[in-house]
Ligand binder design. Structure first.
Ligand code: SF4
Length: 536
């Protein structure tokens, strides 16, 4: 296989271009000057493993060069088709790809897509992110030796809107049925209209399902009737496919599965054929036909979104992103820590301090860091009654050694983590502070919930009380900056459909960001040298 072997020393034209890249799009110059280090022989050999070395078929483009194209594409945020054009019309791309003066594209759009799929299938996007740390370690100017051996890692997430169209039950069924008919036209050679007539799904002849149903959508009875009509026609379509024995054909299968999924999650079909929308929302409700993995999620109690959550883990001292994870929007945050922990384990990362959001506090990663005597930094739970009307948990004195809790009036009770403590009802009834402490009915004492991780919460609350402690808790803002850079680079909406492809996109963005971090360190170091030289 052809190996990428671009020239090292910049030519005259390249030197001119490098001079122009000092204010904007500076990463082009970093990639040009460091491409031979990023894609050294060892990494190129690893990348070559994504192709079967049988010698059969046409010679692929050098994988290292294609990998560089993916980085440039992520840096510019452009489509595959534009990336192909850039190799001819943009001198910065040509310089980085070592094809200045090229008059023909270096690769086709299909080749770029195929390379990306191979890269994802072999998990080489994860290696690319790991590679950025390896480059940082080698880069003299980055001062790796001064950084601690056990790292301060922070984790955070952001919502990512899915790329698929979000639809209601009527449109989900109609959309899936339309796709089935379109696939059936290719399999049977019949026209779209002919299949709609033969399969008894005439509603698909209209531009949209809702136009075909044509009812007053404010009338619940008409809506129920319309739903029944639509479901009857979808069942009729399925029976037609089975009569033709094509229901199991590959192109139809995902859409038939989608119809079944929508029926199961959203509909109640009675034995007499009556159809009703289920009350409430199914736990793992499919919201799009085009992207089957995106889900409803919440940014806050009142703000909803449909798509995914992107999670990153970054080293707060070096500023490098070390691991990425992606989950559907309805999954709890701690689920992503499994992916992040695995990525960090591959890099032998030992965590001295883990700064997390409260949503991650029950994760196994937090547990394992605590077991390894690492420190957890997180905002503690504020406790109930946080509207300021009543005493909150922090007004009680909790002694973890003796496992006792003492209330503001001086009464003490024993507790066990994970249980609620109830103070003596008689003490509370006679207490002069009762009005500030509890609104429970008379005859009942004040209760305080002691969480399973009370020891940790206790330590965090103590930390929050001191200036030093608050400063340490604020360290976590570093990860928020990293996430906001990712958000600015990628925008609010997913580029791809599905979890795996979007994870690739996140890892690529993280790799680009890491290269920018390394580049900034080099520039800062060079500026210091220049200053010293001038002063001398
Ligand atoms: S109401 Fe009960 S728990 Fe609260 S301060 Fe008085 S005695 Fe203590």
């Amino acid at each position: 296989m052809k190996r990428w072997n671009p020239r090292r020393e910049p030519s005259k034209k390249e030197q001119l271009l490098l001079k122009r890249l000092k204010r904007t799009r500076k990463l082009f110059s970093f990639l040009r000057l460091h491409r031979h280090e990023i894609f050294d022989d060892r990494f190129q050999r690893e990348l070559e493993q994504i192709y079967r070395q049988t010698g059969a078929g046409s010679e692929p483009n050098p994988p290292a060069m294609m990998c560089m194209v993916l980085l440039l594409q992520g840096y510019m945020g452009i489509s595959d088709a534009e990336a192909v054009e850039m190799t001819v019309v943009d001198a910065r791309w040509q310089m980085v790809l070592d094809c200045l003066q090229a008059e023909e594209p270096l690769f086709s759009q299909g080749a770029l897509q195929a390379f990306r799929e191979r890269l994802i299938a072999m998990d080489m996007d994860r290696r690319l992110l790991e590679r950025t740390r390896e480059i940082a370690k080698r880069t003299e100017e980055f001062d790796w030796k001064k950084l601690p051996k056990r790292l301060s890692i922070a984790i955070d997430s952001r919502p990512l809107l899915g790329a698929g169209k979000v639809e209601d039950t009527y449109n989900l069924l109609g959309h899936a049925a339309r796709k089935i008919v379109e696939c059936a036209t290719r399999l049977t050679g019949c026209s779209y209209k002919q299949i709609c007539m033969e399969a008894g799904i005439t509603l698909l002849q209209y531009k949209s399902i809702k136009a075909g149903l044509d009812i007053n959508w404010n009338d619940p009875e008409q809506k129920d009737e319309a739903l029944e009509r639509l479901v009857r026609q979808v069942i009729s379509l399925h029976e037609w496919l089975e009569r033709l024995q094509i229901a199991d054909e590959e192109p139809l299968r995902p859409y038939i599965k989608a119809v079944a999924q929508v029926q199961q999650q959203d509909l109640e079909i009675g034995t007499d054929g009556t159809v009703k929308l289920k009350r409430g929302v199914a736990a793992d409700r499919r919201v799009s036909i085009e992207d089957e993995q995106m889900r409803h999620g919440r940014k806050s109690k009142s703000k909803r979104f449909e798509g995914y959550k992107e999670h990153i883990a970054a080293d707060l001292d070096s500023g490098l992103i070390v691991a990425c994870g992606l989950t559907a929007a309805n999954r709890p945050e701690d689920e992503a820590t499994e992916q992040l922990a695995e990525d960090m384990k591959r890099q032998n990362i030992r965590i001295a301090e883990l700064s997390v959001d409260r949503a991650y506090i029950n994760s196994e990663l937090v547990q394992s860091v605590r077991e390894a005597r690492g420190e957890i930094l997180c905002k503690p739970w504020s406790g109930r009654n946080n509207r300021g009307e009543y005493f909150v948990k922090r007004d009680f004195n909790i002694d973890m050694r003796s496992k006792t809790i003492t209330c503001p009036a001086g009464h003490a009770e024993y507790f066990e983590p994970g249980q609620a403590v109830e103070f003596d009802a008689e003490d509370c009834s006679a207490c002069r502070l009762r009005g500030q402490c509890t609104h429970s009915a008379s005859g009942r004492g004040r209760t305080v919930q002691i969480s399973q991780d009370e020891r940790l919460q206790h330590r965090l609350r103590k930390l929050q009380k001191t200036r030093d402690g608050r400063e340490r808790l604020r360290k976590r803002t570093g990860i928020e900056h990293r996430l906001s850079h990712i958000a600015a680079r990628k925008g609010p909406k997913a580029r791809y459909k599905g979890i795996r492809k979007n994870l690739f996109d996140l890892r690529r963005a993280a790799a680009i960001q890491n290269f920018e971090t390394i580049h900034r360190s080099i520039l800062a170091k060079n500026a210091t040298y220049d200053k010293k030289a001038k002063a001398a």
